[in-house]
Each structure stands twice: as structure tokens, then as C-alpha cells.
Design a protein around this ligand. Structure first.
Ligand code: ADP
Ligand code: MG
Length: 252
């Protein structure tokens, strides 16, 4: 037994669609306080894996443990890929952040002063407090994504599962978000961030899971960021250049 129960442990996980596997025998663990990238090209199963951890997709086989126990939805902060969301009804940025508090409320209890405070602080952390009264439909994709991250923060979950949070953000906002993630990890939260953006992970993350239907490698970044791992994960989606003993990766 390890010294401490990992924040997340996935063992022998299989799932898929219409009888075709999207994940094959996926096994890895993430220690507490890690900022971990879930890295793979489009279609490699990243979103499927996060949804299966959350219980939104049924596993065919295998197990998931969150802090050594069964995954409970309210203990997991989650932001889906925003392309998968249909903002059907009018709701403000603040109301979305406040939704993060619902798991903390008892039956029929309305959000109180502290709930509103926590939601407000979460919006401040993602730089959305000045747009708190705006309707979510009126915002850019990047602002919607930051609002969803605020909702996950308002939940005060210890494990955050974030699906492509950088997609469509301009460089300065992406940079702020990366620093926020690093701060959260330093505060002891555990983050698993799905992204196809290898360079983001290579420069700012401390751990990674490389996925292409199977787990190619997982662990500390300096141990898994290797040419053979990148080649197997990205295959023709990545061009590797070797220059003076250093490996450079490019998305062709
Ligand atoms: P990623 O998030 O890495 O891009 P996904 O988990 O979205 O990968 O998809 C993994 C595989 O599962 C892909 O081949 C994709 O086409 C397939 N897939 C994902 N969602 C569905 C779905 N709802 N129905 C059928 N196939 C799906
Ligand atoms: Mg995806």
C-alpha cells in the first residue's frame, strides 16, 4: 500500500459506443495535489474517460476510485467541453456559478449568504466577476468556459475534471487559467485536465496521462514526456523534430 490513497485510481476500465471500444483496459492513478494533463489527439477517448469517471457513461468493465471510495458526483468538479452544451434557458453568469453550491444545499434549502459569497469568489478567480450579471448566451465560448470553471470551484470539490478548458481562449486568458490551475494544485486540489494541446501540458503541468484508447504512459511529466510516448500517442497527428539533443513537437 502507498503512503496515501490517490485522489483518483482507474483500473482495467473498458467502455465504448455501439459495441466498439473507445477505452481499452485503462489503468492509472493520480496523487493528491497534482496538476495532471490527460493528453491525446482528437478521438483518443479523453471526454469518454472523464464522463466514465463521473458515472455519466457506463463502464463495460473496470473500476474507478475517488479518494479510495466510490465516485460521488458532488465531490467531483466537472466542466464539459462547451461544444456539448446547449444553453437553452436564460441564466446569468452568477447563477451558473451559484449552481456549484446546489450539492451543498439540503432539500428545499435556498442558497444563503455564504453560498453567494463562494460563488462570487469563484467568479473573481476566473476573472468573470465583472460579467456576473450577463446572460451566459451572450458570452464568448472562452467566457462560457471560465464560467463553468467557476461553477466547479464554487462546488469546493477536491478533484476537478476539466475537459478542454483552453479551447478557443486567447493566449493571455489561457495563461491566467494555467496559473489558476497551478495555484489550485498548490492549495492541495487535484486537477485532471483533458487537452490535445501538448505544449500547454509540457510547460505548466507536473503530471500527465497519455491516452490513445489505451494508456500509453502516466506519471511525472519528466518521466513520461518521451519521444516514444509522444509518437505512440499522437502517431501521424504530431511531427517530432530532433535538434541538438532536444525533441520538439509540432502539430502538422
Ligand atoms: P476525445 O475527447 O479524446 O476527442 P472522445 O471521448 O470524444 O475523444 O471520443 C472517443 C471515440 O468515441 C471517438 O472515436 C468518438 O467518435 C467516439 N464517440 C464519442 N462519443 C460518442 C457517442 N456519443 N456516440 C458514438 N461514438 C462516440
Ligand atoms: Mg473530447
Amino acid at each position: 500500500m502507498g503512503a496515501e490513497t490517490p485522489a483518483l485510481r482507474v483500473e482495467g476500465l473498458w467502455t465504448g459506443y455501439d459495441g466498439r471500444p473507445a477505452l481499452e483496459d485503462v489503468t492509472f492513478s493520480i496523487e493528491r495535489g497534482c496538476l495532471a494533463g490527460l493528453v491525446g489527439p482528437n478521438g483518443s477517448g479523453k471526454s469518454t474517460l472523464l464522463r466514465t469517471i463521473l458515472g455519466l457513461q457506463r463502464p463495460w468493465r473496470g473500476q474507478v476510485w475517488v479518494f479510495g471510495g466510490r465516485p460521488e458526483r458532488r465531490r467531483l468538479g466537472y466542466t464539459p467541453q462547451t461544444e456539448s452544451i446547449d444553453w437553452a434557458f436564460p441564466i446569468t453568469v452568477f447563477e451558473v456559478a451559484l449552481m456549484g453550491r446546489y450539492g451543498h444545499l439540503g432539500l428545499l434549502r435556498r442558497p444563503g449568504k455564504r453560498d453567494r459569497q463562494v460563488a462570487w469568489q469563484a467568479l473573481e478567480r476566473v476573472g468573470m466577476a465583472d460579467k456576473a450579471r450577463r446572460r451566459i448566451q451572450e458570452l464568448s465560448g472562452g467566457e462560457q468556459r471560465r464560467t463553468l470553471i467557476a461553477r466547479a470551484l464554487a462546488q469546493e470539490a477536491e478533484l476537478l475534471l476539466l475537459d478542454e478548458p483552453f479551447a478557443g481562449l486567447d493566449a493571455p486568458v489561457q495563461h491566467d487559467l494555467l496559473h489558476l490551475f497551478q495555484d489550485l494544485a498548490a492549495e492541495g486540489k487535484t486537477l485532471l485536465v483533458a487537452t490535445h494541446d501538448l505544449s500547454c501540458v509540457a510547460t505548466h503541468f507536473d503530471h500527465a496521462v497519455f491516452l490513445n484508447r489505451r494508456v500509453i504512459a502516466f506519471g511525472r511529466l519528466e518521466e513520461v514526456l518521451r519521444e516514444d510516448v509522444l509518437q505512440e500517442t499522437f502517431q501521424r497527428h504530431l511531427l517530432l523534430l530532433s535538434r541538438g539533443g532536444q525533441i520538439y513537437a509540432e502539430h502538422p
